[in-house]
Design a protein around this ligand. Structure first.
Ligand code: NI
Length: 180
């Protein structure tokens, strides 16, 4: 297993609709990719990771909202689709691809049901609310080229991006000073 590099906005791969994983792609390389994605997610640390966050634009994401690193809490969703949803609820969200651990409140369905394939290509259905429900929607958004900042109001998004830019410049300035 290996930790892969996570990419950040505004990398265009995060805005790309990911390609479906085809039936001939369920091979050893895919299993290694999934294991690497879990390792990368735990190392970050985060509760979900989509393949395009490590630069691979395939419709595949991993989730573990418990963080136990145990198979019972690990979910792999391949070519996922939301097939049912109920209610609406706001929840604070962050993303490994949004720098400086920026947090914003995102409105999402309170409960969702998702159809997907598991890591071996078997059809599965998952459903959930709370953090798991939001995480399912957050990762499916990624695979459709949507980052949570896109779901904020224009004003809130502009403020957040300005703050990120400011912090980036501050860090660049500090590291320039350190090296002098
Ligand atoms: Ni994310």
């Amino acid at each position: 297993m290996a930790i892969r590099d996570i990419i950040f906005i505004p990398d265009p791969r995060l805005r790309q609709v990911c390609d479906p994983v085809t039936s001939d792609e369920f091979d050893d390389a895919l299993q290694t990719l999934i294991d690497d994605m879990f390792e990368t997610m735990y190392h970050a640390p985060g509760v979900g990771l989509a393949a395009n966050q490590i630069g691979i634009t395939k419709s595949l994401a991993v989730i573990d909202v418990v963080g136990s690193e145990q198979p019972a809490d690990q979910y792999v969703i391949i070519n996922p689709k939301i097939i049912d949803s109920k209610g609406e609820v706001g929840m604070s969200a962050g993303c490994l691809s949004v720098p400086h651990q920026m947090i914003g409140t995102v409105k999402r369905a309170e409960w969702v049901k998702v159809a997907a394939l598991d890591r071996f290509g078997n059809p599965i259905e998952l459903e959930g609310d709370g953090l798991f429900g939001h995480c399912l929607q957050h990762e499916i958004d990624h695979l459709n080229g949507i980052v949570f900042v896109d779901r904020l109001s224009t004003l809130k998004r502009e403020r957040m991006l300005a703050k990120i830019g400011k912090l980036d410049r501050l860090i660049t300035k500090q590291s320039t000073q350190d090296s002098q």
